[in-house]
Structures are given as C-alpha cells and as structure tokens.
Design a protein around this ligand. Structure first.
Ligand code: NI
Length: 162
C-alpha cells in the first residue's frame, strides 16, 4: 500500500476510457488504498485510477480536509460553466482556466457495494468534474477555450518532462 507514481501526459492510459468495477476483489481494495495514499500528499485535490496506471472507474479526492474515494462514479452538474483556475498532476507545472460547472454531484459505490454520494460547490465540484473526466480519457486541457488550449499545448511541448 503506497502512493504510486503519477502517469504523465503522453501516457496512453490517460487517454483510455476506463472500465467499470464489476467485482470488488483484493485488487480493487488495493487500488482504493493506493488512491487514498496517493491523494494524501500535499497539494493534491484528486487522483484518478488511470493516473496511477489502472484503467478502472475509481478516484480519490482530498478537498477541504476531507479525503475519500468512489467507484463507478456517475456525474451530475448544475450551473453555467465558468472559467476556473485548474491544474493536473499529470500535466505538471501548468495552470489554466478550465470551464467548470459551479455545482456537481457524484453517485457511486464503496468497496462494500454501498452507495456513495459526494456533492458540493467550488473546489469539490471542480475536483469531481476533473476526476470523472480522467475516467473517460479526458484531461482538463480538453476543457480550455481554444486560444488558451493552444497556449497550454505550447507550454506542454516546452516542458522538461515532455
Ligand atoms: Ni488530473
């Protein structure tokens, strides 16, 4: 059980549509523990399973002192999308305004098959949208207005890690 290395932009797993968790087994429990361990590190608001190399529909979050996780999340949003400052562990060093809805709710399940509902505004709403995107192979770069996206992609190409 450990914080696993974060996969970086360019890794195909980040562009994969993740598979639902149909059966909770030891591997699932281990994945959840690793997601929780990985999101505890300072400055982290969320970690999605593909970011640690597993193409499964699961993520953890760490917002306003609350750490949690969810399997098979289904996202609902409300409110007009507004530009919201955002970064991603998989795109190190970049920070841009992504279009995010001000309210979000995720419904999913825990490792015992019990329903989990996570709902909120602000940073939590942003994190829920960001992490659900990861499970569909999307990055926040895809949520930028076209001109900002061009600038962001230039920064990606100029990054030492690229
Ligand atoms: Ni991210």
């Amino acid at each position: 059980m450990t914080a696993r290395p974060i996969r970086i932009f360019g890794d195909p797993v980040l562009r994969t549509t993740c598979a639902p968790v149909d059966v909770v087994d030891d591997g699932t429990r281990s994945l959840v523990q690793d997601l929780l361990d990985s999101v505890e590190l300072p400055g982290r608001a969320g970690v999605a399973a593909p970011q640690i190399g597993v193409a499964a529909r699961a993520f953890s979050y760490n917002v306003d002192g609350t750490i949690g996780y969810v399997l098979n999340p289904v996202l609902e949003v409300a409110g007009e999308p507004v530009p919201t400052g955002e970064g991603c562990l998989s795109v190190p060093g970049l920070w841009h305004d992504a279009l995010r809805h001000p309210w979000a709710r995720v419904t999913g399940m825990d490792v015992d098959g019990e329903q989990i509902v996570i709902e909120g505004e602000g940073l939590l709403a942003q994190a829920l949208q960001h992490e659900c995107d990861h499970l569909d192979g999307k990055l926040y770069l895809d949520r930028l207005p076209p001109d900002v996206r061009r600038q962001a992609m230039r920064e990606v190409r100029e990054s030492a890690w690229f």
